[in-house]
Design a protein around this ligand. Structure first.
Ligand code: FAD
Length: 449
């Protein structure tokens, strides 16, 4: 029986295992060093905030694995030997494979800051990081102030987590507006305001110079690069992005860039070895996508795709239209298609932006100024239907059509306020149009694509 070994029990590795099992009778072994069972990394924050217990973020019951004949091995793979088709777990236990899937995820970036490895300085990625956070910042008496370094999605989650225990937070963000490498300026500005309103001491255009230790080697303060200011604190959260977790593969003969290099079939340069999820790096980007995509649903799709190939139905990884969702404190954010920030904007791209005068609700729609084709939408505080935008992007609808039918895409519950009338009237004013909004149509919404 063919022996499939998967390194990593995150969403990518587990999706691959589940789909291989659906398609075949092969022997499946998952090796992972972090936890015994798969858990939802995106929900880690809710455990610290007391909304859930750790068990609740494990999507499968513990009996699921044995019932589905998926063998679980706890340990870190320290070496892969492609010639012998063998790997070593924790430096000693040898396991053979016929096909190997590398799904080892990411690790938090550390940029060589002095003091970055002190007690009290940590990232937020793993279950171990969550446990460490309970030690470093259990409450505001032990942690009188936390400093977070790096203004991305994980940074703002960590800020929200710490604030849920009333711990004062200073948030150092290198950019002059929050996440403005990704978000257009109107949205980035809205998030700046929202962070400040949540009593988080947001310092824009600010870099960490050094983390200073007390006499016991524990974090005592940080020094700001621009001003030399020393900020007393007990915990430093390092959330300046993530990097593929692939160091253990150096010297194995498997081609590495920043991640494990793969082709469109998620195959590495070595026969019978594949890589998926956060740790995989496409040789060439697919359309506007990044060669490495550290997001949940990319891992899931890659896992499903590689399972097909391994079971004999060679399948290319075709991710379809970009979408993602996240939360900025209590504001829900969704993105479909491509809406670039001013920094990354294409020369054919034009934006329409609407923001509610009082509430933290806004949208930005990107379109091609040459032919009016709809390119993408970002929404804050309005929930939209994924399948509608997928359809409109596939059908290459123009922006006027999208404005006319915007209500069809709205996915907020019935009793929520609708903003389509205000949005369309601003669009008409901005672009000298006279679009009228259509009534919501269930027939249109549920039509077969
Ligand atoms: C706090 C947080 C919030 C997030 N929120 C979102 C979100 O809202 N939306 C979104 O799309 N994405 C989010 N992400 C990103 C998302 O969680 C990741 O993209 C996804 O989990 C990656 O899945 P993966 O299976 O590729 O890797 P991982 O989930 O990292 O799993 C890899 C596993 O392999 C193990 N491993 C690594 N090396 C070895 C080795 N040598 N031997 C054995 N085991 C090894 C690791 O310990 C880990 O358990 C978030 C991430 C974090 C940290």
């Amino acid at each position: 029986m063919e022996n499939i070994v998967i390194i990593g029990n995150g969403i990518a590795g587990v999706s691959a295992a589940r789909h291989i099992r659906k398609l075949s009778d092969k022997r499946i072994i998952i090796i992972s060093g972090e936890t015994d069972y798969f858990f939802s990394r995106t929900a880690l924050m809710y455990v610290y905030m007391g909304h859930m217990k750790f068990d609740h973020i494990q999507p499968y019951e513990n009996w699921f694995w044995e019932k589905n004949r998926i063998e679980l091995v706890r340990g870190y793979v320290t070496q892969v030997d492609p010639k012998e088709k063998q790997l070593l777990v924790d430096g000693s236990r040898a396991i053979n494979y016929d096909k190997l899937i590398i799904a080892t995820g990411s690790k938090p970036n550390k940029f060589g800051w002095p003091g970055q490895d002190l007690h009290g300085a940590q990232g937020l990625y793993s279950k171990q990081d969550l446990d460490l956070l309970e030690v470093n910042a259990p409450n505001k008496e032990v942690c009188k102030r936390a400093v977070i370094v790096g203004g991305g999605l994980i940074g703002i989650e960590l800020a929200e987590m710490l604030r849920s225990r009333d711990i004062p937070v200073t948030f150092l963000v290198r950019e002059d507006s929050f996440w403005n490498g990704v978000l257009p300026s109107g949205e980035s500005q809205l998030i700046n305001e929202h962070i400040l309103e949540h009593h988080i001491d947001l310092r824009l255009g600010t870099n960490l110079k050094e983390i200073v230790a007390d006499e016991n080697g524990k974090v005592k303060s940080v020094i700001i690069a621009e001003t030399g200011e020393e900020l007393p604190c007990n915990m430093v959260g390092l959330t300046a992005g993530v990097t593929p977790n692939v160091d253990f593969l150096k010297g194995s003969g498997i081609e590495l860039g920043r991640g494990v290099k793969v082709n469109r079939f998620l195959e590495t340069n070595v026969e019978d070895i594949y890589a998926i999820g956060d740790c995989a790096e496409q040789h060439e980007a697919i359309g506007n996508r990044r060669p490495i995509e550290a997001v949940w649903y990319t891992g899931r799709m890659m896992g499903e795709t590689v399972a097909q190939t391994i079971c004999g139905n060679q399948l290319e990884y075709k991710p379809g239209h970009w979408f993602n969702s996240a939360k900025f404190l209590d504001i829900e954010y969704q993105t479909y298609g491509w809406v670039f920030s001013e920094r990354g904007m294409k020369d054919y791209e034009e934006h329409f932006h609407w923001r509610h005068p009082e509430e933290k609700v806004c949208i930005t729609i990107a379109f091609n100024k040459e032919n009016n084709q709809f390119l993408g939408i970002n929404t804050f505080g309005i929930r939209m239907r994924h399948e509608i935008f997928d359809r409109w992007l596939n059908q290459e609808k123009d922006v006027d059509y999208v404005m006319e039918h915007l209500i069809d895409a709205n996915f907020d519950p019935e009793f929520y306020k609708n903003y389509e009338t205000e949005i369309v009237s601003k669009y008409n004013a901005d672009f000298q149009k006279s679009i009228k909004t259509k009534k919501k149509s269930l027939k249109r919404i549920f039509q077969i694509n």
